[in-house]
Design a protein around this ligand. Structure first.
Ligand code: HEC
Ligand code: HEC
Length: 512
């Protein structure tokens, strides 16, 4: 096991050229449009209903069968069927495939976390905001799936897109593409790192700043309480303890071994960013087992409805880049990059894997509010929006098509280009960096600036703005109150309109 644990498999760099990802399927635009509304069912009263497990589980093998060795559709393929399977396969990947780019967590540790800190994590990690997954036979929460054993040498798990991008709407329905604003990923990450903390030598621990140390020492106290089961036996949760001892024994931990530098405690500023994170707003670049040293600020999870992300539109200046921390010229590149981060090689950067997720995302629609909005009010809101907002919110779904200086809207300037001074330092970070460069996956250099995300479905979310600093639409306009969180973005909207105008604007926003 030791050998496996330390083995860093050489990357299999396949010779796929990036442009292959953007190739067209045989389906015509018209048939795509006709299919768009019927293939997936992504908003509904229960998770079971929208996960569509029965329909999606076999879609990928069926879809892949329709492709030749170069990932082009076979000549006999029916265009509609092809597109349908592509989208369903993408939905399956979104829910069940580990493609998030975080380092995997040994499954025994995941189970042990639940057993060791029940009061913190809750059954099935529900206290940390994970949703239940009615279609997972092994009972893991939604958004946690089996992943590569490459780095751990044992069955391991990782988060999938669904952990962050499937959420509950304020009216009780669930929607795919809605941010999971209940998810406490920061705490999940901190807890995942406990074994490394436990394996640290005292002098290394003492270097950690107060609140980080306090957090881990508290975990340690509850962990040690559970080592025995009171009947002379050993409680299963003891696995966390044993794992820590193992790590210490083999010298992983604060010191690390030359070829296992990724299994070290994350840099203090990442730990600190998690300490500062909250539900739905966290450092999204933070891996579960460090592969890179990066200072990513806390961001709110975006809503994924109405994304176009076509390379041609970006090149023509009609859409803003995809992503804020790292900016990409297309969804294809965004997804390819996720694969590079997740697997540290180019094996998955092929149309057969990239296109399904892209096609699934492109057809995701925002849920409509169940509230009835008087059309006279929303109509005057629309007029106000056109006059006051549209110059910047000029995209099809209310997003910006350009980047703006943060000062213009009062966003924290550190978010304009978080990767500005990024230098890959660990071996894996260097590898990921060179693969991205090879594919021209991300924009280089990264442009500075902030763009608004899409406004469709904005009625349903809390934590507006990239940094999640505005609680909801009432808070955006300071209706009957000061901004609750004192956040500044778009603070001018509070003073520029009277209550009637604000009400109309909100009514209009609710129709998007
Ligand atoms: C750990 C939580 C988490 C996971 C897992 C996750 N995302 Fe995200 N996602 C975020 C956050 C936070 C952002 C905002 C980051 C940014 O804009 O730089 C984001 C941004 C995005 C964007 C860009 C949206 C925009 O407005 O530009 C897309 C598209 C996206 N995610 C799709 C996915 C897909 C597909 C997966 C699975 C492969 C995935 N995400 C996994 C949290 C997550
Ligand atoms: C000068 C350009 C500009 C104007 C004018 C403007 N906005 Fe924005 N808006 C932005 C930018 C840039 C952001 C992204 C800021 C952030 O997320 O921190 C944004 C963000 C938002 C968001 C949050 C989106 C999200 O995903 O959380 C809402 C809602 C919004 N604006 C509404 C409005 C309304 C309503 C008006 C008109 C009354 C307006 N904006 C006028 C540039 C502008």
């Amino acid at each position: 096991m030791l050998k496996l644990l330390l083995k860093l498999t050489a990357p299999l760099i396949s010779a796929f050229v990036f442009s292959a990802c953007g190739h067209n399927t045989t389906s015509s635009l018209a048939s795509r449009r006709a299919l768009q509304t019927i293939i997936t069912h992504d908003t509904g009263a229960t998770l079971e209903e929208i996960l569509q497990y029965e329909i999606i589980q076999s879609a990928c093998p069926q879809y892949w069968q329709l492709l030749d060795a170069e990932d082009k559709p076979l000549a006999s393929t029916d265009a509609e069927k092809f597109y349908e399977l592509e989208v369903l396969c993408g939905k399956w990947m979104f829910i069940g495939w580990e493609t998030s780019g975080k380092m995997p967590l040994p499954e025994i540790l995941l189970d042990a976390m639940e057993r060791s800190w029940p009061e913190r994590v809750g059954q099935n990690f529900s206290n940390l905001g994970f949703l239940a997954n009615p279609s997972d036979p092994s009972g893991r929460p939604l958004g946690i799936a089996r992943s590569t054993t490459r780095y751990t040498g044992m069955p391991s798990v990782n988060v999938t897109c669904a952990a962050c991008h499937v959420g509950k709407l304020p009216d009780g329905r669930y929607a795919i593409g809605a941010p999971n604003t209940k998810l406490h990923l920061s705490e999940f990450n901190l807890i995942s790192y406990y074994p490394l903390f436990a394996a640290m030598h005292k002098r290394e621990r003492d270097k950690l700043s107060g609140n980080i140390k306090v957090f881990y020492e508290e975990l340690e106290r509850s962990e040690r309480r559970r080592i025995g089961n009171g009947e002379g036996g050993i409680d299963w949760s003891n696995v966390v303890f044993k794992y820590s001892t193992l790590l210490r024994w083999i010298g992983i931990g604060p010191k690390g071994l030359p070829d296992a530098q990724f299994v070290v405690m994350p840099p203090e500023r990442d730990l600190q960013s998690w300490m500062n994170g909250r539900r739905g707003v966290f450092n999204p670049g933070a891996p579960m087992l460090t592969i890179q040293v990066e200072n990513v600020p806390n961001l709110s999870i975006p809503q994924l409805w109405g994304i176009s992300g076509h390379e041609t539109e970006f090149q023509a200046g009609r859409v803003a880049p995809v992503g804020q921390t790292t900016k990409y010229s297309s969804l294809e590149k965004f997804i390819s990059s996720a694969f590079i981060y997740a697997y540290q090689d180019l094996a998955l950067v092929r149309p057969r894997y990239v296109n399904p997720l892209v096609s699934f995302l492109r057809q995701l629609k925002a849920p409509k509010t169940l509230e009835s909005i008087p059309s006279a009010i929303s109509e005057s809101g629309r007029v106000l929006f056109t006059e006051n907002c549209k110059s910047c919110h000029d995209g099809a779904a209310g997003e910006s098509t350009r980047l703006y200086r943060s000062a213009l809207v009062g966003t924290n300037p550190s978010l304009e280009n978080p990767r500005e001074n990024y230098v890959a330092t660990t071996p894996i970070a260097k590898l990921v960096d060179s693969l991205s460069e090879q594919l021209k996956a991300e924009l280089r250099p990264q442009p500075s600036g902030i763009r608004s995300r899409r406004l469709s479905g904005i009625w349903s979310r809390q934590d507006l703005m990239i940094d999640g600093s505005v609680e909801n639409l009432d808070d955006l306009f300071c209706i009957n109150r000061q901004r609750l969180r004192g956040g500044s973005p778009h603070g001018e909207l509070c003073g520029s309109f009277n209550l009637d105008e604000k009400t109309s604007l909100i009514a209009f926003l609710k129709t998007l």
